[in-house]
Design a protein around this ligand. Structure first.
Ligand SMILES: Cc1ncc(COP(=O)(O)O)c(C=O)c1O
Length: 364
């Protein structure tokens, strides 16, 4: 074997297509409305902002390593045991740690056709092989997922609601999936958008019922704290122990911890943002359908209209950009005729509809 003359990354790393973040600037537009990253248009709770201001006075100090304050707040609000919660630098970090711990070389990681891009990226980074399973008209297909499981499967990732489709798997189908998976396979229920679904526990009850089920959550969406990078997960004690061995001791910043704790406790702001999202998501869905753009019922904070052709989707994207509105092209998710549009505030939603209405009447 010849010795390489430069450091060589692990197998699979160079096959990773880097994650493309939602853009925030567009040429020629002075004021931009960013509807490309599913951020909360109303921002975080005032209490979270105050908490960050207080922490700013002691930035020289390392953050708490055990995240006890935040884990306790999450536990109180969600009725969960704080000892079975781990916090991370966004749920992205937790997804990556789970792959490093439970996937890796020789193992397979299952995700769905239009599933979140970080699943195959984190799988490849761990040395594992990502396995993409077909969906059924933009809905995850539990039977197909179960059929794809092999002895080599380490993890199945399922976002519920899913990004970028906004669709959900029913409670019954989720139960079938959890019960149908062999015990050696970890099921990660990604609840990044679970807060938008009234009455949905994000999969917490399934975690209690099955030792191989894990739930991940984030403060980046409804809580409006994407810039601070805070996520959390809930799992059985053995998995929590593994995560605590692997994570950095100071993986969440003091600003992130303080803001997330205050945001979690401000239930009035959470409910206000959820209701606003519901109102303007319904408006967008109905108006887009009315101008000839089929749009699935979304359970999250974005909608996914379908254009008559890929060229039309591209032209609509360009038209919106010309008006300073940035949405998300989702060709990379296997949806070249769709655009993912974050539910903005009232002004943004009305502008999107007005621009697309004019576009559909006069595409060229
Ligand atoms: C389905 C899903 N999971 C996880 C994440 C990661 O969120 P964060 O790392 O900000 O917690 C996102 C972000 O877009 C997402 O859409």
């Amino acid at each position: 074997m010849t010795t390489p003359d430069a450091p060589v990354p692990g197998p699979g790393i160079l096959t990773i297509a880097p994650y493309v973040a939602g853009e925030s600037a567009t040429e020629g537009a002075n004021t931009v409305t960013k509807l490309s990253a599913n951020e909360n248009p109303h921002g975080p709770s005032e209490k979270a902002r105050d908490a960050v201001r207080r922490v700013a006075e002691e930035m020289q100090l390392y953050p708490e390593s055990d995240h006890l304050g935040l884990r306790s707040a999450i536990g109180e609000v969600h009725g969960l045991d704080p000892a079975r919660i781990v916090c991370g630098a966004g749920s992205d970090e937790l997804i990556s740690l789970l792959c490093n711990a439970y996937a890796g070389q020789g193992r397979e990681v299952i995700y769905t056709e239009h599933g979140f891009a970080m699943y195959p990226i984190s799988a490849l980074a761990s040395g594992a092989t990502p396995v993409k399973v077909a969906e059924c008209a933009r809905h995850a297909d539990v039977a197909a997922i179960l059929a794809a499981v092999t002895e080599a499967t380490g993890i199945v990732f399922l976002a519920n609601p899913n990004n970028p489709t906004g669709t959900m798997v029913s409670d019954t189908a989720l139960k079938t999936l959890a019960e149908g998976l062999p015990r050696h396979v970890m099921l990660v229920l990604d609840g990044a958008y679970a807060e938008y679904v009234p009455g949905y526990d994000g999969g917490a009850a399934l975690v209690d019922a099955h030792p191989n089920v894990v739930m991940t959550r984030t403060f980046s969406k409804l809580y409006g704290l994407g810039g601070l990078r805070v996520g959390w997960m809930y799992a059985q004690p053995g998995i929590i122990d593994v995560m605590n061995r692997m994570r950095g001791p100071f993986n969440v910043s003091s600003a992130g911890l303080a803001a997330a704790e205050a945001a979690m406790r401000d239930r009035a702001w959470v409910e206000h943002c959820r209701m606003e999202n519901e109102t303007w998501r319904a408006f967008l869905t109905e108006e887009l359908r009315a101008i000839g753009l089929p749009t699935d019922d979304s359970q999250a904070n974005f909608v996914l209209p379908e254009f008559p052709s890929e060229a039309m989707a591209k032209a609509a994207d360009a038209r919106l950009r010309a008006h300073g509105i940035i949405v998300r092209a989702v060709g990379g998710y296997g949806l070249p005729r769709h655009l993912r549009i974050t539910v903005g505030d009232e002004v943004a939603c009305r502008r999107v509809v007005a621009i697309l209405k004019e576009f559909m009447e006069q595409p060229a």
